[in-house]
Design a protein around this ligand. Structure first.
Ligand SMILES: Nc1ncnc2c1ncn2[C@@H]1O[C@H](COP(=O)(O)OP(=O)(O)OP(=O)(O)O)[C@@H](O)[C@H]1O
Ligand SMILES: [Mg+2]
Length: 225
């Protein structure tokens, strides 16, 4: 990875460390998966590699489909590192806290999520940390280590449900946020028409996913899970 020049660390979490830098002169980040001490080292390595390959495969494929994810430029499986395009922007969690959002932005967030789902990929960890808002107010989705190819309504409904729960728990003051996200989610299909077949089948249409979200919410309310 000689083309990489590292700078400051911008994130240190339980799963990953992210360092800002440049790659062949372009603004980049290096994401390195951290070993989890409590797991057996062999299992740890296997899980790390599986999540990383998953993230790389689906992110590259989605980028090729024009979905709002960063470009991946280099990968080292042994070192468990990914070098990717650096997205200048702020996580949605901070945008909401700092009250820097408007209706248009939340609609865009919904459209970005729908772009993934139209390509039959479910994000798997759709928190307000994993949605980055650029200076041009585009919503980019990162951190696809738990993403899967998906064709059942349920998986897409759960993606939306996770985000909804986070809005409720962490940003209760942001009234109607989820409604705006869903407005964007449905609007993209109105703009682009029915989704096309992805490798594996037809992704469900947006209205059906939103209906499923409603059912999931009822289920959780009555049965607590
Ligand atoms: N391509 C990128 N451009 C800019 N910032 C990024 C990029 N990728 C990651 N980051 C920053 O690093 C943070 C962590 O990255 P990511 O979400 O991919 O790791 P993670 O798997 O959630 O790590 P952990 O679970 O340890 O918190 C992001 O919330 C974001 O602030
Ligand atoms: Mg993350």
């Amino acid at each position: 990875m000689g083309a990489w020049i590292g700078g400051e660390r911008i994130h240190l979490g339980a799963e990953a460390e992210v360092i800002s830098g440049s790659w062949h002169g372009r603004d980049a980040v290096l994401k390195k998966r951290r070993p989890r001490g409590w797991r057996h080292p062999d299992l740890d390595k296997t899980l790390t590699m599986r999540r990383m390959t998953n993230e790389v495969k689906l992110t590259i494929w989605l980028a090729r489909m024009g979905a709002p994810v960063p470009a991946i430029w280099d990968v080292d499986i042994q070192e468990a590192t990914i070098i990717m395009e650096r997205i200048e922007g702020k996580p949605l969690i901070d945008i909401l806290k700092d009250k820097e959002y408007d209706e248009e932005l939340l609609i865009k967030v919904g459209k970005s999520i729908r772009e993934l789902h139209r390509n039959a990929v479910n994000h798997g960890d759709l928190s307000t940390n994993n949605i980055l808002i650029t200076k041009d107010n585009d919503a980019m989705l990162i951190d696809l280590g738990l993403a899967t190819r998906e064709y059942e309504l349920e998986g897409f409904g759960i993606d939306l449900h996770v985000l909804h729960e986070i809005f409720r728990a962490s940003h209760p003051e942001v009234k109607g946020a989820m409604d705006l996200v869903l407005k964007g989610y449905v609007a993209l299909d109105e703009e682009l028409g029915e989704p096309k077949a992805a490798p594996g089948g037809m992704p469900p249409n947006a209205d059906d996913v939103v209906k499923r979200l409603g059912q999931i919410m009822k289920r959780v309310r009555y049965h607590g899970g």
